[in-house]
Write a protein that binds this ligand. Structure first.
Ligand SMILES: [Mn+2]
Length: 343
């Protein structure tokens, strides 16, 4: 849309973000909420959802928590059972929808109902434009959306308890890779330390997120890793997982986001990639890096995410798509430039 200047107010879309204070005020003023996270919910998305849910309930508001995809089976945090799994037919009615940890377009099969909500709030930490919503707060400097929720709950004078602490702590653990990623700042540790003063079980939370998977998952991971490929003397590493393989090992493709962490373990890898055929002809690309800006790479191919952790969904033949993206990534790694892209 073209901006016609200050005399034509109706033509001017709000492009700047709202402040955290404006989010807090909006939440105070509304009474009826539905909190929604992204498709294939991860610990940060779930921690932010539950933290906000418990906080709003404590303030006497009515609130539901809704997800298009089921909650990962390995997690057992208090409150996860309250999340309504609504794969289709979601309508917000008169409730204010709060989307956390993604843009409204990434809420999966319920996105139409989310986008069409009468009132929409969006809280996120992925680098992106403002996007839609009456109130939009996006802060890519925050390690986790759960930390943004922590700050909101503090501003709302919510008193923290064990279940809020466990959810927010779990979200932080998830998005910092168990305090191993570059986003692990002293501020993050300070907040985590404060949450640990509650009666929560950090060992169980970490084990459930990173180290507790069914047999089929490990066997499929092994099969996929045995096909690990590299280029540029190992600076680029990737593997593919076909839809047939997921079926063969009885693994839900949605539960395999974590595969890319194992590719990243290759000691020479500067860019790590996993190509997963999540449904026939639909390829999910996961990208990780230690220094290279794979966020730009993902945005270039229609995806998004953070500078060092990003992803995209492409359609086509698994091996053709993989070859195309590998070529793009190889060129990017050597020249720092992104050549023209058609999928
Ligand atoms: Mn997140």
């Amino acid at each position: 849309m073209r901006c016609f200047g200050r005399f034509n107010h109706r033509r001017v879309m709000k492009v700047s973000m709202n402040s955290l204070q404006e989010v807090v005020q909006y939440l105070k003023d509304e009474d009826d909420f539905i909190v929604v996270g992204h498709e294939s919910p991860d610990p940060d998305s779930l921690g932010a959802m539950l933290g906000l849910y418990f906080g709003l309930i404590q303030l006497g508001k009515s609130c539901r928590v809704v997800s298009a995809d089921p909650v990962p089976a390995e997690l057992s945090w208090e409150g996860l059972e309250l999340i309504e799994h609504i794969p289709s037919g979601f309508a917000a009615g008169d409730s204010c929808v709060v989307v956390v940890d993604c843009e409204p377009e990434r809420t999966g099969s319920i996105k139409e109902g989310v986008i069409n909500a009468k009132r929409l709030v969006n809280i996120d930490h992925h680098r992106r434009g403002r996007g839609i919503g009456d109130i939009v707060y996006v802060n890519p400097d925050e390690a986790a959306t759960s930390i943004i929720v922590y700050r909101i709950l503090r501003e709302l004078n919510v008193s923290f308890d064990n279940k809020i602490a466990a959810a927010v702590y779990g979200g932080i653990v998830g998005d910092t890779g168990g305090f191993r990623h570059a986003n692990t700042t002293s501020e993050v540790m300070f907040i985590a330390g404060e949450l640990l003063q509650f009666s929560i079980d950090p060992a169980a939370i970490a084990r459930e997120i990173f180290s507790s998977r069914p047999l089929g998952f490990l066997q499929l991971l092994g099969a996929a890793l045995s096909g690990l490929q590299t280029a540029q003397h190992g600076r680029l590493a990737w593997m593919t997982v076909s839809h047939r393989q997921f079926a063969e090992y009885g693994v839900d493709p949605k539960s395999s986001d974590y595969f890319v962490s194992f590719v990243r373990m290759l000691n020479t890898a500067e860019i790590a990639m996993v190509f997963r055929e999540i449904s026939p002809g639909q390829i999910k690309v996961g990208l990780r890096a230690n220094h290279v800006d794979v966020g730009s790479l993902a945005r270039h191919i229609g995806g998004g995410g953070h500078r060092l952790a990003s992803g995209a969904t492409l359609s086509g033949d698994l091996h053709t798509v993989a070859a195309q993206v590998v070529k793009l990534a190889e060129h990017f790694l050597i020249t720092g430039e992104l050549h023209e892209w058609h999928n």
